[in-house]
Design a protein around this ligand. Structure first.
Ligand SMILES: [Zn+2]
Length: 73
């Protein structure tokens, strides 16, 4: 089952999600469905902070929906 990576166009949140069948992924932060699919390829240095979850920064916004600094529910 593919783990798909997306970047939200609305709030620039990077996240990964499993999408089953015809389900649509939505941003876990703002619920926008306007997402850019990202593939797990070596990242091109097109954006600063394009490598979320490699290691979590200790300041700034959480690096991803599963950031260790977010409460898990
Ligand atoms: Zn969003």
């Amino acid at each position: 089952m593919p783990l798909l990576e997306y970047t939200c166009e609305a709030c620039s949140t990077d996240f990964e999600t499993l999408v089953m069948g015809s389900e649509k992924a939505v941003c876990p932060k703002c619920r926008s469905a306007k997402l850019n699919r990202r593939w797990s390829l070596p990242a091109r240095p097109s954006k600063a902070a394009a490598t979320p979850s490699a290691d979590c920064p200790t300041e700034g916004p959480p690096c991803n929906p599963h950031c260790c600094r977010l409460p898990q529910d």
